[in-house]
Each structure stands twice: as structure tokens, then as C-alpha cells.
Design a binder for this molecule. Structure first.
Ligand SMILES: *[C@@H]1O[C@H](CO)[C@@H](O)[C@H](O)[C@H]1NC(C)=O
Ligand SMILES: *[C@@H]1O[C@H](CO)[C@@H](O)[C@H](O)[C@H]1NC(C)=O
Ligand SMILES: *[C@@H]1O[C@H](CO)[C@@H](O)[C@H](O)[C@H]1NC(C)=O
Length: 367
């Protein structure tokens, strides 16, 4: 059984590669929402401290310049765009690149330090998911104007919509916010995040459904999205910054945080299954990044890495600032050997491994 299904997986992969080689992207557009894992520069001109538009960020990128990506080079979603056959990456919606026909093949609405919980984005002056959705509506009107309603509808329903969220809610909010921790257990907080995840995709509670036509449209499904991928939480307890902040002096992964991520991911799975059952025509895939990242961290040499505890940039033995910048001392010279670029984010090399995994998990979205 395993062999047969992996045979078919390989077969379909070859068919996909062949069609990408002909120069047709597999889907009409790629639309991205979420946090710093996928932000490509929307925070650059905001009054937030959470930015990556300075060196050494971007030093290994195509242009060797910082873009706002929290990485030395490409993000997993950049590789995903390439694998899907796109010749450009979805531009940051707030940048001048997101103009005219550039946006017909997609756009990126993500904002570092944003999360499923509205308060997370608010406390860093980042763009909340609700605001990201309203930018998406704005985007859709532009596409309709350029392409006409019928073709625009095909673009919206055929496009892959990706969401990366949740890490900031825990690392940059819950774990450092005594008020939140006083109000909610991890289990309750995760439930709260699930309810905002649900309403991002589609409001399911009937009271809200009947009250207001506008509310009906304020969600991805209501806006015509039918192919949605959402990433799980990573092993948050293994992020170098988490080890420094919460590891009590040890250099091992913080098991408590990893357990929280597993609980969240379990809820994400079941909530997603519920959504698929209730929403006709919806393809929704939960991309597991927990296991692939944990494998790289536990056995770095199996994947060609040699360092998975310390980040390439911005982590010393006991950093007070977990940020990486051009004054950070000891930035490594070759980030391809590191799983983590900075205290929170994988290196380009790790992103490439993750993107390969996403592709295998994402068949249902393309087929
Ligand atoms: C930020 O503003 C500068 C100056 O106005 C502009 O050149 C740049 O393209 C903007 N970038 C983004 C990502 O908005
Ligand atoms: C979520 O579901 C997928 C596919 O059914 C499974 O592989 C994965 O282990 C599940 N994750 C969790 C955290 O339950
Ligand atoms: C960086 O390390 C990788 C893997 O060890 C190696 O293949 C590559 O040549 C190195 N690059 C440089 C510029 O040293």
C-alpha cells in the first residue's frame, strides 16, 4: 500500500514537473497571508520594530539585498512559487511592485508579528489577519478591473491561498504576556486561536451567518477561495530564541513549548477537517512543518547541515536581543550549514528542504 501510493505520488510529481517545464504555472495565482515566516516586505514601511529590511537579511537572496524577508535568502514560499511554475514571487501587497499586471499571478499580504489572535498584531503594530483580508478584498477589486469578473473568479477559485500563523501568538505574545497567561490555559488559548482560524476561512456559527451579508464575505471562502493550505506550528521549543528565552540555561529544545505546539497542531487538524466537511468544494490542506523541521534539528547531518542549535545570525551565548542586524557579532559566513538563520527563522537551505516537503503534502491542492 505504501509502495503503491508512493509510486503514484512520484508519477504525479513527474506529470507536474513536465507541465511546469512547458512554462504554465499549475495554478493561476498564489496568495499568501500570515506572519514573518512568509512576509516579503509588508512591514518595511510600517511603524513597527519587527522588520528585516536591512543587512545581513537578504545577503544570499537573488539580488543580495534585504527585501523584508526574515531570511538570508529565499523563503519556503519562494521555492513553492518556483515549483508551481511561476517565474516571479507574489509581491508584497504594500510595495510598489504590487501594481498593474504583476498582481494577476498573486500577492503577498503577510506581516511579521501577525497572528491568529488580533491582539498579537496590535501589540507590534503589524497587520492583523483581519486587515490582511480587507487588503485581499481590495486586491480582488483590482483584479476584477483588469481581468473582468469571470476570469477573476477563475483566478480566485483556482489560486492557492497559503496561511502561516500561530507562532507569533505563542512566542511573541502568550509566553511573554502574563495577562494572557492569567486568563487562558494553553488549551483555552489554542481554542481561541482555532475560533479565529475558522472565521478567517469561514464563519460557522449560525448567529453570525444570518446577521450580516458583509460578514459572510469577510473570510477566504466567502471571497471565493477554494484551495487553501495552512502550515502547522513548528517545534517552537527548538527555535534558538525560545531556547535562550525559555530554556533556563540549557541548550536543549524546551519540551513544554513543543508539547504546546503538538496540541495546537492537533486542534488545527480537527478544526480543518470540520471546515472541509461543512464547506462544499473546499480543498484545505494542513501542511505539517513540525516533523520535517524537528528532523533537521535532531539530525542535522542527514540533511547536509552541521548546526541546528545556534542561529547563523544574532544569537550569542546569552543574547539580550534576539534580533539579527548588521551590528550582530559573530554572524556565520556560510548559512547553508545552519538550520536557523536567526533566532526564529530557518535559513534558505532549510526552507528549501521544507518546501520540498510541502510540495509532497500539497498534491490535493494542485490536482
Ligand atoms: C517603502 O517606502 C519607500 C519610500 O517611499 C519606497 O521606495 C519603498 O518601495 C516602500 N517599500 C514598501 C515595501 O512598501
Ligand atoms: C494531522 O493530520 C495529518 C494527516 O491526516 C497527520 O499526518 C498529522 O500527523 C496530523 N497532525 C497532528 C498534530 O495530529
Ligand atoms: C557552504 O557550505 C556548503 C555545505 O557545507 C558548501 O557546499 C558550500 O560550498 C559552502 N559555500 C561557501 C561559499 O563556502
Amino acid at each position: 500500500m505504501g509502495n503503491a501510493s508512493s509510486f503514484w505520488a512520484t508519477f504525479f510529481l513527474l506529470v507536474l514537473v513536465a507541465s511546469v517545464a512547458r512554462g504554465d504555472p499549475l495554478v493561476p495565482a498564489l496568495i499568501i497571508f500570515g506572519d514573518s515566516v512568509v512576509d516579503v516586505g509588508n512591514n518595511n514601511n510600517l511603524t513597527t520594530l519587527i522588520k528585516a529590511n536591512f543587512l545581513p537579511y537578504g545577503r544570499d537572496y537573488v539580488t543580495h539585498r534585504p527585501t523584508g524577508r526574515f531570511c538570508n535568502g529565499k523563503l519556503a514560499t519562494d521555492f513553492t512559487a518556483e515549483y508551481l511554475g511561476f517565474t516571479t514571487y507574489p509581491p508584497a501587497y504594500l510595495s510598489p511592485d504590487a501594481s498593474d499586471r504583476n498582481i494577476l499571478t498573486g500577492a503577498n499580504f503577510a506581516s511579521a508579528a501577525s497572528g491568529l489572535y488580533e491582539g498579537t498584531a496590535q501589540s507590534y503594530s503589524a497587520i492583523s489577519l483581519t486587515r490582511q483580508l480587507s487588503y485581499y478584498r481590495d486586491y480582488q477589486m483590482k483584479v476584477v478591473n483588469m481581468a473582468g469578473q469571470a476570469r477573476a473568479n477563475d483566478i480566485f477559485s483556482g489560486a492557492i491561498h497559503l496561511l502561516s500563523a500561530g507562532s507569533s501568538d505563542f512566542i511573541q505574545n502568550y509566553y511573554i504576556n502574563p495577562v494572557l497567561r492569567g486568563l487562558y490555559s494553553v488549551d483555552r488559548f489554542s481554542d481561541l486561536l482555532m475560533s479565529s482560524y475558522s472565521s478567517f476561512i469561514q464563519l460557522l456559527r449560525s448567529t453570525e451567518l444570518f446577521s450580516n451579508k458583509e460578514v459572510l464575505r469577510q473570510n477566504l471562502y466567502g471571497l471565493g477561495a477554494r484551495r487553501i493550505g495552512v502550515t502547522s506550528l513548528p517545534p517552537t521549543g527548538c527555535l534558538p530564541a525560545a531556547i535562550t528565552l525559555f530554556g533556563a540555561g540549557s541548550n536543549q529544545c524546551v519540551e513544554r513549548l513543543n508539547q504546546d505546539a503538538i496540541l495546537f497542531n492537533y486542534k488545527l487538524n480537527s478544526t480543518s477537517q470540520g471546515l472541509v466537511q461543512k464547506l462544499p468544494g473546499l480543498k484545505l490542506v494542513v501542511f505539517d512543518i513540525y516533523q520535517p523541521l524537528l528532523d533537521m534539528i535532531r539530525k542535522p547531518s542527514d540533511n547536509g547541515f552541521f548546526e541546528s542549535r545556534r542561529a547563523c545570525c544574532g544569537t550569542g551565548t546569552l543574547e539580550t536581543s534576539v534580533l539579527c542586524n548588521d551590528r550582530s557579532v559573530g554572524t556565520c559566513s556560510n548559512a547553508t550549514e545552519y538550520v536557523f538563520w536567526d533566532g526564529f527563522h530557518p535559513s534558505e537551505a532549510a526552507n528549501q528542504v521544507l518546501a520540498g516537503d510541502l510540495l509532497q503534502q500539497g498534491f490535493d491542492l494542485i490536482s
